[in-house]
Design a protein around this ligand. Structure first.
Ligand SMILES: NC(=O)c1ccc[n+]([C@@H]2O[C@H](COP(=O)([O-])OP(=O)(O)OC[C@H]3O[C@@H](n4cnc5c(N)ncnc54)[C@H](O)[C@@H]3O)[C@@H](O)[C@H]2O)c1
Length: 315
Protein backbone atom coordinates (compact mmCIF):
# COMPACT_ATOMS: atom_id res chain seq x y z
CA UNK A 1 0.00 0.00 0.00
CA UNK A 2 1.19 3.52 -0.74
CA UNK A 3 2.10 5.79 2.14
CA UNK A 4 -0.96 7.69 3.38
CA UNK A 5 -0.54 11.47 3.26
CA UNK A 6 -3.74 12.88 1.80
CA UNK A 7 -7.10 12.08 3.36
CA UNK A 8 -10.49 13.07 1.97
CA UNK A 9 -13.67 13.18 4.02
CA UNK A 10 -16.99 13.08 2.15
CA UNK A 11 -19.91 14.78 3.91
CA UNK A 12 -20.24 17.75 6.24
CA UNK A 13 -23.04 16.57 8.49
CA UNK A 14 -22.72 15.60 12.13
CA UNK A 15 -19.68 13.36 11.54
CA UNK A 16 -17.65 14.96 8.70
CA UNK A 17 -15.98 17.88 10.57
CA UNK A 18 -14.94 15.70 13.54
CA UNK A 19 -13.44 13.12 11.18
CA UNK A 20 -11.47 15.82 9.35
CA UNK A 21 -10.25 17.11 12.72
CA UNK A 22 -8.88 13.71 13.82
CA UNK A 23 -6.63 13.39 10.75
CA UNK A 24 -5.60 17.07 10.63
CA UNK A 25 -4.52 16.99 14.28
CA UNK A 26 -2.14 14.15 13.43
CA UNK A 27 -0.59 16.13 10.55
CA UNK A 28 -2.32 14.61 7.50
CA UNK A 29 -3.44 16.83 4.61
CA UNK A 30 -7.22 16.73 4.79
CA UNK A 31 -9.79 17.70 2.18
CA UNK A 32 -13.43 17.80 3.22
CA UNK A 33 -16.00 17.62 0.44
CA UNK A 34 -19.63 18.65 0.80
CA UNK A 35 -22.31 18.86 -1.86
CA UNK A 36 -23.33 22.39 -0.82
CA UNK A 37 -20.59 25.06 -0.70
CA UNK A 38 -22.51 27.17 1.82
CA UNK A 39 -21.94 24.63 4.63
CA UNK A 40 -18.14 24.64 4.21
CA UNK A 41 -17.28 27.69 6.41
CA UNK A 42 -19.29 26.05 9.21
CA UNK A 43 -17.03 22.99 9.01
CA UNK A 44 -13.95 25.04 9.84
CA UNK A 45 -15.81 26.86 12.63
CA UNK A 46 -16.89 23.56 14.16
CA UNK A 47 -13.35 22.15 14.11
CA UNK A 48 -11.96 25.36 15.65
CA UNK A 49 -14.55 25.34 18.40
CA UNK A 50 -13.89 21.63 19.17
CA UNK A 51 -10.14 22.21 19.33
CA UNK A 52 -10.55 25.29 21.55
CA UNK A 53 -12.74 23.39 24.01
CA UNK A 54 -10.22 20.55 24.13
CA UNK A 55 -7.26 22.93 24.60
CA UNK A 56 -9.14 24.66 27.45
CA UNK A 57 -9.38 21.22 29.07
CA UNK A 58 -5.71 20.36 28.62
CA UNK A 59 -6.02 18.24 25.46
CA UNK A 60 -3.81 19.72 22.74
CA UNK A 61 -2.44 23.26 22.66
CA UNK A 62 -4.28 26.44 21.65
CA UNK A 63 -1.08 27.55 19.87
CA UNK A 64 -1.37 24.60 17.45
CA UNK A 65 -4.95 25.28 16.35
CA UNK A 66 -4.13 27.59 13.41
CA UNK A 67 -1.70 25.10 11.87
CA UNK A 68 -4.21 22.25 12.30
CA UNK A 69 -6.92 24.31 10.61
CA UNK A 70 -4.49 25.21 7.80
CA UNK A 71 -4.23 21.48 6.96
CA UNK A 72 -7.99 21.25 6.26
CA UNK A 73 -9.12 22.23 2.76
CA UNK A 74 -12.83 22.34 1.99
CA UNK A 75 -14.46 22.08 -1.42
CA UNK A 76 -17.72 21.26 -3.21
CA UNK A 77 -15.82 19.92 -6.24
CA UNK A 78 -15.92 16.11 -5.93
CA UNK A 79 -13.32 15.21 -8.57
CA UNK A 80 -10.85 17.73 -7.15
CA UNK A 81 -11.51 16.49 -3.60
CA UNK A 82 -10.62 12.87 -4.31
CA UNK A 83 -7.99 13.19 -7.09
CA UNK A 84 -4.93 12.98 -4.77
CA UNK A 85 -6.52 11.05 -1.92
CA UNK A 86 -4.65 8.09 -0.43
CA UNK A 87 -7.53 7.38 1.97
CA UNK A 88 -11.18 8.39 1.52
CA UNK A 89 -13.64 8.36 4.43
CA UNK A 90 -17.25 8.47 3.26
CA UNK A 91 -19.71 10.04 5.74
CA UNK A 92 -22.77 10.91 3.67
CA UNK A 93 -26.35 9.84 4.46
CA UNK A 94 -27.10 6.34 5.80
CA UNK A 95 -28.71 4.86 2.66
CA UNK A 96 -27.43 1.78 0.85
CA UNK A 97 -28.08 2.99 -2.72
CA UNK A 98 -26.45 6.37 -2.00
CA UNK A 99 -23.35 4.73 -0.59
CA UNK A 100 -23.17 2.27 -3.50
CA UNK A 101 -23.26 5.20 -5.96
CA UNK A 102 -20.48 6.98 -4.07
CA UNK A 103 -18.25 3.90 -3.98
CA UNK A 104 -18.79 3.10 -7.67
CA UNK A 105 -17.74 6.64 -8.51
CA UNK A 106 -14.81 6.68 -6.07
CA UNK A 107 -13.58 3.37 -7.44
CA UNK A 108 -13.62 4.80 -10.97
CA UNK A 109 -11.83 8.07 -10.27
CA UNK A 110 -9.54 7.60 -7.24
CA UNK A 111 -5.91 6.52 -7.54
CA UNK A 112 -5.73 2.69 -7.85
CA UNK A 113 -3.86 2.38 -4.54
CA UNK A 114 -6.27 4.61 -2.54
CA UNK A 115 -8.21 2.98 0.31
CA UNK A 116 -11.95 3.64 0.25
CA UNK A 117 -13.62 3.54 3.67
CA UNK A 118 -17.23 4.01 4.76
CA UNK A 119 -18.42 5.29 8.10
CA UNK A 120 -21.78 3.52 7.82
CA UNK A 121 -23.35 2.87 11.22
CA UNK A 122 -25.03 -0.44 10.45
CA UNK A 123 -25.13 -1.25 6.71
CA UNK A 124 -23.24 -4.32 5.45
CA UNK A 125 -19.93 -3.25 3.86
CA UNK A 126 -20.22 -6.18 1.44
CA UNK A 127 -23.49 -4.71 0.12
CA UNK A 128 -22.01 -1.22 -0.14
CA UNK A 129 -19.03 -2.58 -2.10
CA UNK A 130 -21.07 -4.96 -4.24
CA UNK A 131 -21.51 -2.59 -7.19
CA UNK A 132 -17.82 -1.53 -7.27
CA UNK A 133 -15.09 -3.30 -9.21
CA UNK A 134 -11.96 -3.08 -7.02
CA UNK A 135 -13.46 -4.39 -3.83
CA UNK A 136 -10.11 -5.31 -2.25
CA UNK A 137 -9.67 -1.67 -1.22
CA UNK A 138 -13.13 -1.06 0.24
CA UNK A 139 -13.51 -1.32 4.02
CA UNK A 140 -15.81 -0.25 6.84
CA UNK A 141 -14.46 2.16 9.48
CA UNK A 142 -17.23 2.86 11.93
CA UNK A 143 -16.45 5.87 14.11
CA UNK A 144 -18.69 7.02 16.98
CA UNK A 145 -20.07 10.48 17.62
CA UNK A 146 -18.27 12.73 18.52
CA UNK A 147 -15.47 10.91 16.69
CA UNK A 148 -12.62 13.00 18.16
CA UNK A 149 -13.75 12.15 21.71
CA UNK A 150 -14.90 8.53 21.38
CA UNK A 151 -11.86 6.37 20.63
CA UNK A 152 -13.44 3.26 19.10
CA UNK A 153 -13.41 2.67 15.35
CA UNK A 154 -14.80 -0.66 14.12
CA UNK A 155 -12.69 -1.77 11.16
CA UNK A 156 -14.84 -4.08 9.06
CA UNK A 157 -13.40 -5.88 6.03
CA UNK A 158 -15.59 -7.77 3.55
CA UNK A 159 -14.52 -11.21 2.25
CA UNK A 160 -13.00 -9.30 -0.72
CA UNK A 161 -11.03 -6.72 1.31
CA UNK A 162 -7.27 -7.31 1.11
CA UNK A 163 -5.17 -7.88 4.21
CA UNK A 164 -3.02 -4.93 3.13
CA UNK A 165 -6.10 -2.67 3.22
CA UNK A 166 -7.03 -3.91 6.71
CA UNK A 167 -3.49 -3.46 8.05
CA UNK A 168 -3.00 0.00 6.56
CA UNK A 169 -6.38 1.13 7.93
CA UNK A 170 -5.68 -0.22 11.42
CA UNK A 171 -2.26 1.48 11.40
CA UNK A 172 -3.63 4.80 10.21
CA UNK A 173 -6.30 4.84 12.92
CA UNK A 174 -3.86 3.85 15.68
CA UNK A 175 -1.49 6.55 14.45
CA UNK A 176 -4.32 9.06 14.93
CA UNK A 177 -4.84 8.00 18.55
CA UNK A 178 -8.00 6.00 17.84
CA UNK A 179 -8.82 2.57 19.25
CA UNK A 180 -9.43 0.49 16.10
CA UNK A 181 -10.92 -2.97 16.56
CA UNK A 182 -10.84 -5.59 13.82
CA UNK A 183 -14.32 -7.05 13.27
CA UNK A 184 -13.84 -10.50 11.75
CA UNK A 185 -17.22 -10.84 10.02
CA UNK A 186 -19.13 -8.19 8.13
CA UNK A 187 -22.58 -8.41 9.76
CA UNK A 188 -25.19 -5.60 9.89
CA UNK A 189 -24.54 -3.44 12.96
CA UNK A 190 -21.00 -4.88 13.35
CA UNK A 191 -20.21 -5.33 17.08
CA UNK A 192 -20.97 -2.18 19.03
CA UNK A 193 -24.28 -1.17 17.45
CA UNK A 194 -25.62 -4.71 17.84
CA UNK A 195 -24.82 -4.45 21.55
CA UNK A 196 -26.12 -0.90 21.87
CA UNK A 197 -29.43 -1.59 20.15
CA UNK A 198 -30.04 -4.81 22.09
CA UNK A 199 -30.06 -2.51 25.13
CA UNK A 200 -32.18 0.22 23.48
CA UNK A 201 -34.76 -2.39 22.38
CA UNK A 202 -35.17 -3.58 25.98
CA UNK A 203 -35.15 -0.01 27.39
CA UNK A 204 -37.95 1.10 25.05
CA UNK A 205 -39.88 -2.12 25.64
CA UNK A 206 -39.79 -1.55 29.43
CA UNK A 207 -41.33 1.91 28.90
CA UNK A 208 -43.87 0.54 26.42
CA UNK A 209 -44.98 -2.20 28.83
CA UNK A 210 -45.38 0.32 31.69
CA UNK A 211 -42.73 -1.34 33.85
CA UNK A 212 -40.94 1.97 34.44
CA UNK A 213 -41.08 5.51 33.04
CA UNK A 214 -38.35 6.81 30.69
CA UNK A 215 -36.38 8.70 33.36
CA UNK A 216 -36.42 5.67 35.66
CA UNK A 217 -35.12 3.42 32.86
CA UNK A 218 -32.24 5.80 32.10
CA UNK A 219 -31.42 6.13 35.80
CA UNK A 220 -31.53 2.35 36.26
CA UNK A 221 -28.78 2.11 33.65
CA UNK A 222 -26.71 5.16 34.64
CA UNK A 223 -26.60 4.29 38.36
CA UNK A 224 -26.07 0.53 38.05
CA UNK A 225 -24.14 -1.36 35.39
CA UNK A 226 -23.78 1.87 33.36
CA UNK A 227 -21.89 3.41 36.30
CA UNK A 228 -19.18 0.75 36.08
CA UNK A 229 -19.49 -0.01 32.35
CA UNK A 230 -16.49 2.11 31.23
CA UNK A 231 -14.29 -0.11 33.37
CA UNK A 232 -16.23 -3.40 33.51
CA UNK A 233 -17.83 -4.59 30.27
CA UNK A 234 -20.09 -7.68 29.98
CA UNK A 235 -17.61 -10.36 28.98
CA UNK A 236 -15.12 -9.58 31.76
CA UNK A 237 -18.11 -9.13 34.10
CA UNK A 238 -19.41 -12.63 33.19
CA UNK A 239 -16.05 -14.05 34.24
CA UNK A 240 -16.06 -11.97 37.42
CA UNK A 241 -19.46 -13.27 38.60
CA UNK A 242 -18.62 -16.67 37.13
CA UNK A 243 -19.99 -18.36 34.04
CA UNK A 244 -22.18 -20.64 36.24
CA UNK A 245 -24.12 -17.65 37.62
CA UNK A 246 -24.29 -16.17 34.10
CA UNK A 247 -25.76 -19.48 32.86
CA UNK A 248 -28.26 -19.64 35.74
CA UNK A 249 -29.43 -16.05 35.14
CA UNK A 250 -29.76 -16.55 31.39
CA UNK A 251 -31.63 -19.85 31.86
CA UNK A 252 -34.29 -17.99 33.82
CA UNK A 253 -34.42 -14.49 32.30
CA UNK A 254 -33.84 -14.72 28.54
CA UNK A 255 -37.37 -15.90 27.74
CA UNK A 256 -38.75 -12.79 29.47
CA UNK A 257 -36.59 -10.28 27.59
CA UNK A 258 -37.83 -8.41 24.49
CA UNK A 259 -36.99 -10.29 21.30
CA UNK A 260 -39.08 -8.43 18.73
CA UNK A 261 -37.51 -8.17 15.27
CA UNK A 262 -39.48 -4.97 14.52
CA UNK A 263 -39.11 -1.47 16.03
CA UNK A 264 -41.33 -0.86 19.05
CA UNK A 265 -44.97 0.18 18.34
CA UNK A 266 -44.40 2.93 20.93
CA UNK A 267 -41.69 4.44 18.71
CA UNK A 268 -44.10 4.35 15.75
CA UNK A 269 -46.79 6.12 17.82
CA UNK A 270 -44.27 8.78 18.80
CA UNK A 271 -43.22 9.33 15.18
CA UNK A 272 -46.88 9.58 14.09
CA UNK A 273 -47.61 12.20 16.75
CA UNK A 274 -44.51 14.29 15.92
CA UNK A 275 -42.55 13.35 19.05
CA UNK A 276 -39.14 13.33 17.38
CA UNK A 277 -36.90 14.05 20.36
CA UNK A 278 -34.44 16.99 20.04
CA UNK A 279 -35.65 17.92 16.50
CA UNK A 280 -39.26 18.60 17.65
CA UNK A 281 -38.72 19.53 21.31
CA UNK A 282 -40.43 16.44 22.68
CA UNK A 283 -39.71 12.73 22.68
CA UNK A 284 -39.48 10.46 25.71
CA UNK A 285 -38.64 13.71 27.56
CA UNK A 286 -39.62 17.35 26.89
CA UNK A 287 -36.87 19.50 25.42
CA UNK A 288 -36.15 23.19 24.84
CA UNK A 289 -33.04 24.92 23.50
CA UNK A 290 -31.51 25.36 26.95
CA UNK A 291 -31.99 21.71 27.95
CA UNK A 292 -30.65 20.51 24.60
CA UNK A 293 -27.53 22.68 24.97
CA UNK A 294 -27.06 21.38 28.55
CA UNK A 295 -27.42 17.75 27.44
CA UNK A 296 -24.84 18.18 24.67
CA UNK A 297 -22.42 20.06 26.94
CA UNK A 298 -22.70 17.47 29.72
CA UNK A 299 -21.78 14.72 27.26
CA UNK A 300 -18.85 16.64 25.82
CA UNK A 301 -17.47 17.51 29.28
CA UNK A 302 -17.83 13.91 30.48
CA UNK A 303 -16.08 12.55 27.39
CA UNK A 304 -13.24 15.04 27.73
CA UNK A 305 -12.68 13.84 31.32
CA UNK A 306 -12.74 10.21 30.16
CA UNK A 307 -9.97 10.59 27.56
CA UNK A 308 -7.32 7.90 27.82
CA UNK A 309 -8.59 6.37 31.05
CA UNK A 310 -9.86 2.93 30.05
CA UNK A 311 -6.83 0.93 28.90
CA UNK A 312 -6.40 -2.41 30.72
CA UNK A 313 -2.97 -3.98 30.92
CA UNK A 314 -4.12 -7.35 32.32
CA UNK A 315 -6.59 -8.57 29.67
N1 LIG B 1 -24.28 10.83 13.64
C1 LIG B 1 -23.79 9.77 14.25
O1 LIG B 1 -23.90 9.63 15.47
C2 LIG B 1 -23.04 8.73 13.46
C3 LIG B 1 -22.15 7.88 14.15
C4 LIG B 1 -21.44 6.94 13.42
C5 LIG B 1 -21.63 6.81 12.06
N2 LIG B 1 -22.52 7.64 11.42
C6 LIG B 1 -22.68 7.46 9.98
O2 LIG B 1 -21.91 8.45 9.31
C7 LIG B 1 -22.58 8.82 8.11
C8 LIG B 1 -22.88 10.31 8.16
O3 LIG B 1 -23.66 10.55 9.31
P1 LIG B 1 -24.01 12.03 9.81
O4 LIG B 1 -24.65 11.86 11.14
O5 LIG B 1 -22.85 12.91 9.63
O6 LIG B 1 -25.15 12.38 8.76
P2 LIG B 1 -25.77 13.80 8.43
O7 LIG B 1 -27.14 13.53 7.94
O8 LIG B 1 -25.57 14.74 9.56
O9 LIG B 1 -24.84 14.29 7.24
C9 LIG B 1 -24.77 13.62 6.02
C10 LIG B 1 -24.10 14.47 5.00
O10 LIG B 1 -24.26 13.82 3.73
C11 LIG B 1 -24.78 14.74 2.82
N3 LIG B 1 -25.60 14.04 1.84
C12 LIG B 1 -26.77 13.43 2.05
N4 LIG B 1 -27.25 12.95 0.88
C13 LIG B 1 -26.33 13.26 -0.05
C14 LIG B 1 -26.25 13.07 -1.45
N5 LIG B 1 -27.24 12.45 -2.12
N6 LIG B 1 -25.18 13.51 -2.09
C15 LIG B 1 -24.22 14.14 -1.43
N7 LIG B 1 -24.22 14.39 -0.11
C16 LIG B 1 -25.29 13.94 0.56
C17 LIG B 1 -25.58 15.73 3.62
O11 LIG B 1 -25.73 16.95 2.93
C18 LIG B 1 -24.70 15.87 4.86
O12 LIG B 1 -23.64 16.78 4.65
C19 LIG B 1 -23.83 7.95 8.02
O13 LIG B 1 -23.55 6.80 7.29
C20 LIG B 1 -24.09 7.61 9.48
O14 LIG B 1 -24.84 6.45 9.63
C21 LIG B 1 -23.20 8.60 12.09
Amino acid sequence: MAEIKNITILGAGMMGPGLAQIFAVKGYNVTLWARRAEVLPGVIETIKSNLNLMAENGIGKAADIDSIIARVKTTDNFEEAVADADFVEEAVGEKLELKQQFFEKLDRICKPEAILATNTSVISITEIASTSENRHRIIGTHFWNPPYLIPLVEVVPTPDTSEATVNATMELLSDCGRKPIHVKKDVPGFVANRLQHALWREAISIVERGIADPKTVDEAIRYSFGFRLPILAPIENADMVGTQLTWNIHSYILKHIENSTEPSPLLKEMLDSGKLGFPSGSGFYDWNDEKIAKSKRALQEYLIKQQGTNEKDYL
